[in-house]
Design a protein around this ligand. Sequence first.
Ligand SMILES: [Zn+2]
Length: 214
Amino acid sequence: MVDLSHFVTSGMPVFPCYPPVQVLPWCARSIWGFEGNVYFMTDHTGTHVDAPYHFHEKGKHTGEIRLEKVVGEAVLLDVNVKGLKALITLDQIQDAIKKARTEVRRHDKVLLYTGWDKHWDKPDVMSAYPGISKEAADHFVKLGVDLVGIDSPSIDHPDASKFPVHNTLLPREIIIAENLNNLGKIRARRFNFSAIPLKLKEGTGSPVRAVATV
Ligand SMILES: [Zn+2]
């Protein structure tokens, strides 16, 4: 199994609109006989999935996401990009599909490996990340995939106003996974992917322990 998640911890990087994560030790062993923490964090913390409701008022909340959408057969597309604020185009996606030596099937989970996970400890992680174009998102709709995951903080390009990719995928119930880690360690054409969110009734997303079984 390849662990595709980042650690959740106080002071970890967060998207600009969100408050810093704080892990508060709450129940102490010396008083209660056990340890228990309180986590102050958003439902988009670290490696996480986006629920359709995040961008679509009639969309499903996190706890309503069908498990089939976030567990199942997956392909890795190597779009390893150079430079900052890279825009991943439809051409690059199609090239990566050819290089993957397997077709993308209906209901596949598609993971986009950009290499941005190496920036996790760097100051530019939440500002200069790569994202995909609206045309690339339209292509994933056409292919009928269940989920698109990426190792950057947002699947939309940092300069794209109005989040065209989120607004293309989420209303069609294509789940988005962000801040994936270690995608470069997957050495398989097809594998099983799992990123099960918490059953949050009002959730707009959820941190996940994402895993590839190869
Ligand atoms: Zn998100």
